[in-house]
Write a protein that binds this ligand. Structure first.
Ligand code: ZN
Ligand code: ZN
Length: 419
């Protein structure tokens, strides 16, 4: 046994860590190419990080950074004063413009933050309609993203409203500081060399995905309290994890943090029941205690202890919203799970637990997926929908088996950990 000397982590100020997060987001997450345009989306309360990212994007050679800021207070004013008919309306022109920017070569960086429960008190029917209109308008842009035609990434910024949901018992300033610290740790910017740490982590995720790709499992079998679910995998499915080469040739890591390996289920081959293990923050509403039953790949029964109406609105979006578009494995010992925190945010919570997503499949999770027509993708079992919503089913009590072509079950995870 050898003893490695552990380099002491430098003591960094908040501003230094913020700067590192911005640099890692641009250079490692987004993989911005010199001479490339960048489109950034963010909420108003994440401005300090937005400005740092802008600085690093220009330092990395961006020709133009265009940031679209949303003000959540103004969003609430719509629910307070907006005409009822207006909720079927979305800014299609804006989303078309974003799609045009991506098609002409722009990279996309999203800063996640804001208030995960912003719309919890609003009329679920209106929230559902507004989401549906937005999803339809956003579809052309989202397709370029889910197909990984362009390099993109999502990073998180702590905000007071979000911090209050994670640390409800702490004073506002302490809660905000604690959430920032958790983001910095999960994003590996507290380590001596964050870029090197990311490269190493990325390589580890690739090794795990390669191993699963060699197995060619027909299905995964999830067993836990409240869950007995067989998820059939798409024909020609491909496991991915960490970074990837986008269609435009740039290498990007789409989520920061990321701990998952994931692939495309077959849209018609999921059977059984499953219970969520963490609350889901969906478009400003918290949905908790989800219990869903699948038959022939389709959700035939959906309940939730909280937010059931929004859940049903969500799965009613289109036929594909009732079927799976992603299955992902995350060990229970992931750094985000080890933090013991419930982030109330999919970007973090999905990296703390194995999960499934209802809706659109990633064509990059199929062999040669980029070059397949929608008909070919559907034939392999890839799902099609306006939505893609991840929710968490993993825990320290979950066992996962891989089912081989000859029907044998091989243990993949026991008690939430890789075998
Ligand atoms: Zn995922
Ligand atoms: Zn997902």
């Amino acid at each position: 046994m050898s003893t490695a000397t552990v380099e002491a982590a430098p003591v960094l100020t908040h501003e230094q860590k913020l700067d590192r997060l911005a640099e890692v987001a641009v250079r490692v997450g987004l993989g911005l190419r010199p001479g490339q345009e960048m489109v950034m989306t963010a909420t108003l309360d994440t401005l300090p990080l937005v400005r740092r990212i802008t600085e690093h994007a220009y330092k990395a050679g961006a020709t133009l950074v265009t940031t679209l800021l949303t003000d959540e207070e103004s969003t609430l004013l719509r629910y307070q004063y907006g005409e009822n008919e207006g909720f079927d309306h979305a800014a299609s022109w804006l989303y078309d413009g974003m799609a045009a920017a991506y098609r002409s070569g722009a990279a996309r960086l999203a800063v996640a933050g804001g208030n995960p429960g912003l719309l919890s008190q609003q009329d679920p029917e209106k929230v559902g309609r507004a989401n549906r209109a937005m999803s339809a308008a956003y579809r052309p842009a989202l397709e370029l993203i889910t197909r990984h035609d362009i390099n993109w990434t999502i990073v998180a910024a702590a905000t007071p409203a979000w911090a209050a949901t994670v640390f409800p018992d702490l004073p506002a300033d302490q809660a905000l500081e604690k959430l920032w610290d958790a983001i910095f740790v999960a994003s590996r910017v507290d380590l001596p060399d964050p870029v090197a740490a990311w490269r190493e982590h990325d390589a580890g995720l690739h090794r795990r995905a390669d191993l699963l790709n060699q197995k060619r499992y027909l299905a995964l079998h999830f067993k836990a309290p409240g869950t007995d679910l067989k998820v059939g995998l798409a024909d020609d499915h491909l496991w991915l994890g960490g970074g990837m080469n986008a269609g435009n040739g740039q290498y990007c890591i789409p989520n920061m943090p990321t701990e998952e390996v994931f692939t495309t289920p077959h849209k018609d081959r999921t059977e059984g029941y499953v219970t969520s293990t963490k609350p889901l923050s969906y478009q400003g509403t918290m949905i908790e205690g989800i219990q869903v039953r699948f038959e022939g790949g389709r959700v035939v029964e959906a309940k939730a202890s909280k937010g059931e109406e929004v859940l049903n609105q969500m799965i009613g979006t289109d036929d594909g919203a009732r079927r799976l578009g992603e299955v992902a494995l995350v060990p229970h010992s992931s750094p985000i799970a080890s933090s013991g925190l419930l982030f109330n945010h999919t970007l973090f919570d999905e990296n703390a637990a194995s999960h499934i997503a209802l809706g659109q499949a990633y064509s990059s999770c199929l062999k040669d997926g980029h070059n397949l027509t929608p008909e070919q993708l559907a034939k392999l079992g890839a799902n099609d929908s306006l939505i893609h919503v991840d929710w968490m089913i993993g825990s320290g009590k979950m066992d996962v088996d891989g089912v081989t072509a000859d029907g044998k079950a091989e243990p993949l995870m026991r008690q939430g950990e890789w075998v």
